[in-house]
Design a protein around this ligand. Structure first.
Ligand code: FAD
Length: 367
């Protein structure tokens, strides 16, 4: 364990309540503790460890940052209450934001004082993100505001968020992916209506529909260049994927640990296969990291997303099979299975990942 990782562990042990692990089932959903954790982690520089101190970091290496992320998950550190903020919106703001945007938005986001939602998916444009129809028009080329009309869906936590990275069509005549811009939308603006969607699972990461009716967004709120939203989205997805495989891997380890005491020989073959896939996931993650450290493009990102999410689902399905009929009454197991179902959808569905791997990595012809 490197020095920063040991320091993080010590810090975490000091931060957590003495009975945290005994009462983990309650603490897991304790929003006050999770908010305090985010604030304290920001002050201590653990939120984005590669960034400088004023931006919630310690200027550590990518390798240390990844080990800290893994360590946090292995120690069941409290989950950040609004994951999309620090892990998806913040890197985008830092990469594409103007100095004024960074000054105004980054610290409240990283401390957890202002939550963020991601406004990408629409009812007719999920996997086909480039097909989005929400429009952001200017009355004339000198106008200081965009007028936004349209609808977003599956916008996690929009009802509790202050801001949204909203992707909208700003040039309807350009090829689909070249006419999109990313706007920083104040969700308290007139004309924004947010409707939470009733969830089947116990998750507190509520989905919402966001309706936009003549919403005025200042042109100064463009994140990145006008009509350059495609690249902002790709960068955001890249950051999201760096986080997702680690989250998946730790959950897989947790599920497998629970299964290894099982004495049911019927599950051994699948258990062995899952142990091997968990190791393959970890090794591929490290290969992606070493490519990134060497400044090479990393072809592993799509494989990590696909392998991590599919393996996670298989782990909890095996958990249910091993538990037999008792699994139906086990609320924790039910939650894990439901939660894992989402993993092959968010951040790019498995079918789409398979297409990308087939076409771009394996060079197979388009179907
Ligand atoms: C937990 C969770 C959180 C989310 N949070 C957000 C959020 O905060 N903000 C946001 O904008 N979105 C969010 N989403 C939405 C998510 O990004 C979309 O669900 C995803 O992009 C898929 O789009 P869709 O649901 O419209 O399905 P569709 O794109 O309609 O796909 C339906 C089915 O068709 C398949 N399919 C589609 N295209 C192809 C193809 N070319 N080849 C083969 N198969 C194909 C898909 O794999 C899928 O099985 C979230 C989703 C989940 C599950």
């Amino acid at each position: 364990m490197t020095a920063p990782v040991s320091e993080f562990r010590e810090w975490l042990t000091t931060f957590l309540p003495g009975d945290y692990y005994e009462r983990y089932r309650q603490y897991r959903w304790d929003i006050r503790l999770r908010r305090e954790y985010q604030r304290a982690a920001f002050e201590a520089g653990w939120i984005q460890p590669t960034w400088p101190r004023e931006h919630g970091g310690r200027s550590l290496s990518l390798r240390d940052a990844m080990e800290i992320r893994i360590q946090a998950a292995l120690c069941s550190a409290p989950k950040l209450p609004n994951i999309a903020g620090p892990n998806v919106a913040a890197p985008g703001i830092r990469q594409f934001g103007t100095p004024e945007q960074i000054d105004r938005l980054l610290v409240p986001l990283l401390r957890g004082d202002e939550w963020w939602a991601l406004g990408m998916s629409e009812p007719e444009a999920g996997s086909d993100f480039a097909g989005l129809r929400t429009r952001a028009d200017r009355d004339d080329p000198n106008s200081k505001v965009f007028r936004v009309n349209g609808q977003k869906i599956w916008t996690t936590q929009a009802h509790e968020s202050r801001w949204c990275t909203l992707y909208a069509r700003t040039d309807p005549d350009a090829p689909k992916h070249r006419g999109i811009s990313c706007l920083i939308l104040d969700l308290h603006s007139p004309g924004v209506r947010i409707e939470p969607i009733r969830m089947a699972s116990a998750s507190d990461e509520t989905f919402c529909e966001v309706f936009l009716d003549d919403v005025e967004v200042p042109v100064d709120n463009l994140l990145g260049p006008c009509n350059g939203g495609w690249n902002v989205a790709l960068a955001s997805l890249h950051h999201e994927r760096q986080m997702i495989w680690v989250m998946n891997w730790v959950e897989i380890k947790r599920g497998l640990a629970a299964l290894q005491s099982t004495r049911d020989p019927d599950i051994y073959a699948e258990l062995g296969s899952l142990l091997a896939d968990a190791e393959a996931l970890r090794a591929t993650g490290y290969r992606a990291l070493s490519n990134e450290l060497a400044g090479r493009t990393s072809p592993e990102a799509d494989i990590l997303k696909l392998l991590g999410s599919v393996t996670l689902q298989r782990v909890w399905e095996l958990g249910a099979a091993a538990a037999g009929p008792a699994s139906a009454g086990d609320a924790d197991l039910l939650f894990e299975r439901q939660d894992a179902l989402a993993a092959t959808i968010y951040g790019g569905t498995s079918e789409v990942q398979r297409n990308i791997i087939a076409e771009r990595l394996l060079g197979l012809p388009k179907g």
